[in-house]
Design a protein around this ligand. Sequence first.
Ligand code: 5AD
Ligand code: SF4
Length: 476
Amino acid sequence: MEEIKKTRFVSPEDTKRQAEAIARIKADSDRYLYENGMRRKAFVMTLGCQQNEADSEKLAGMSEAMGYEITDIPDDASLIIVNTCAIREHAEKRALSIVGQYKHIKAKNPELVICICGCMVVQEHRIRDIKMSYPYVDILFGTSSIHKFPELLCEKLKVGKRVLRADSGEYLVAEGLPIKRESTYKAWVSVMYGCNNFCSYCIVPYVRGRERSREMSEVIAEVRELVERGYKDITLLGQNVNSYGKDGGKNYDFADLLYELDKIEGDYLLHFMTSHPKDATKKLIDVMSSSKHIARQFHLPMQSGSDRVLKAMNRKYDFEKYIGIVDYIREKMPTATITSDIIVGFPQETEDDFEDTLRALKRAKFDMIFSFIYSPRKGTPAAEMEGQIAPEIQSERFERLLKVQNEISLASNKPYEGKTVRVLCEERSKNNESVFNGRTEGGKIVFFDADDSYTGRFLNIEIEKADTFALYGKII
Ligand code: 5AD
Ligand code: SF4
């Protein structure tokens, strides 16, 4: 994969080219509307993390600006965009299987344009797969070309040939793209893109380029606008938010950004993810603990409790340093929820290493963890390591890990019984019509009876029951 260039921002010429492409396609879409009495529709399918969700909201925004109406029915669409993930094998298999299903839609509607973008298709072997085995995919572009989508679509519509753009190698910050937000009360705001850490198991630095931060003034303006529009829950995104500002030669850091954002007046909560423990600072925790709007919630991926494995993962901290941060968060914010990511079955992980992880879980007492079985990623150092762990051992350890954590999660939820907590009411539960779900400031899921008028509002909920994965209560 190519060396990444240093320039940080998309050039004005590039921005102008995209604006021209948008205007051209919009004119064509308006003609279609005039002739057919309805708009062409676009369907956006997102796999993977919140960064991808945020990117998809931009792709949907650009599609809308080009005259498409966003639909959630792929069969109705004239434009399908699949935004892929590469973090684990499973995510890639899912993306390929979803793209496979769209072949039939294309057979019925040859006008349909199918695009595949995101992390998976930055990898050369995947680009080859799509070229050879998915001839009905019209446009392919990597994470570096999201802002170029209008230009690529224009080329496809004009020339008719497939537009397969591998990674441009130019990873930039694009400001001012239209965004179609999924929610009217919850929003993602990217503060930086890319990652410089090269954890030995992780594909992200290869598919999302080097770290680059947005200007603080741009982030503040976006958050302020969201708060003014009534957004209640704003999550700042970055692969490693603690590196914010370091790439631009600026004299501010992520803690300074939080400090400034917290001054924005209104009834809202700010969350952020993800923090790398190697540079989660006391300053950051101090800013959080004395803030008005920053949620008392910390997602701090530990990955393993074994120092030997952490070293092999290139994580640049040991368990002692890690637990020091956890203790400091609890000292400054006793009510904070702390969550983590754990990888099980990393190459050469011994039974002793794994038991270190179990011990670490018991010591850290996370409210919840996201646990993953190690998945070798082509091109990363860990995939080449000797001593890959057999799938049966990985699964057996994974089950044991869940069992230990489930008890800890239950114990962390039980004290909520009988308490009243402030909860942001979200959507109707899928299984029960009158039950709604919401989240506490710390991100715990709460179920309660409500109706649609409560969605997007903060409510006081009295918790009647707590189990491993959720709290249950009633509005008071
Ligand atoms: N295999 C399994 N889990 C992984 N993660 C990242 N790369 C891999 C991989 N190759 C996990 C890490 C990270 C989370 C987003 O995904 O725990 O924190
Ligand atoms: Fe991957 Fe490590 Fe970067 Fe997170 S910090 S995206 S795990 S390389």
